[in-house]
Design a binder for this molecule. Structure first.
Ligand code: PGA
Length: 254
């Protein structure tokens, strides 16, 4: 099943979030072949969930803690999100840049699986790593370390998003769109590694997303690529017309 995930990042208060959801629900048509997930800030999840049309949209969180409860001021656990969020973004490069390392990410991946939340694991190299020819090594190292606590059965359930950090829109007006060959190389690396580590079972249900400045003008080229199961959309998911256009392109594909 195709998957389009909107990552709202640190934007929209509950009132603004509800308005965006209403507008999206008006624009989006349900389609059994395309799953659409929005990942609002934690504070918006509960009010949105109350009257969400789950035939059209599902909810995800942008992060989780690796334990189910405890004295961790300011944190939200996967157990608290159970029944509210079906997905959780884990290991986003913006969190890695704030100090989240692969050891912590591995624990979060296990916590998501333990709580029946589908993790969307983000991997990808920075511009400097790419320029030094390290892209493949970074992807392999991140994936290997991030999945250490999972079995092949677990890995078959996860979503991996390849998000080259150099193509993510950092709001500085400097937008770089990845080329299909950049993505093909990353996907080959990811699939080959997971097959090596977890066998055929590990890749049996695996879904691969692309993320980085995906917008209505570029989404078709990405979505039509072999092995691309969907997109992780940041900035464009905050604009209901743009996000609905991306969803429409995805739903129109064979
Ligand atoms: P962007 O963000 O689409 O705004 O580049 C993608 C992401 O960071 O997940």
């Amino acid at each position: 099943m195709r998957l389009i995930v909107g990552n709202w990042k640190m934007n929209l208060n509950p009132g603004e979030a509800s308005l965006l959801v209403k507008r999206l629900e008006d624009k989006i048509k349900p389609d059994p072949k395309t799953e659409i997930v929005i990942c609002p800030p934690f504070i918006d999840l509960y009010p949105i969930a109350k009257d969400l049309d789950r035939g059209k949209l599902k909810l995800g969180s942008q992060n989780i803690h690796y334990l189910d409860e405890g004295p961790f001021t300011g944190e939200i656990s996967p157990a608290m999100l159970k029944g509210l969020a079906d997905y959780a973004i884990i290991g986003h490069s913006e969190r890695r840049a704030m100090g989240e390392d692969d050891k912590l990410i591995a624990k979060k991946m296990a916590a998501a699986i333990r709580n029946d939340i589908t993790p969307v694991l983000c991997v990808g190299e920075t511009l400097a790593e790419r320029q030094h020819g390290l892209a493949k090594k970074v992807i392999v190292d991140q994936l290997t370390a991030d999945l250490t606590q999972l079995t092949a059965t677990d890995v078959a359930k996860i979503v991996v998003a390849y998000e080259p950090v150099w193509s993510i829109n950092h709001g500085d007006g400097n937008i770089v769109h990845a080329k299909p060959e950049d993505i093909t190389f990353a996907y080959t690396t990811i699939r080959t590694l997971l097959e090596e580590l977890y066998g055929e079972e590990g890749v049996s249900g695996l879904r691969l997303l692309y993320g980085g400045s995906a917008d209505p003008g570029h989404c078709r080229a990405y979505l039509e690529m072999p092995y691309v199961d969907g997109l992780l959309v940041g900035g464009a998911s905050l604009n209901y017309e743009d996000f609905a256009k991306i969803v429409k392109v995805a739903q129109g594909l064979k």
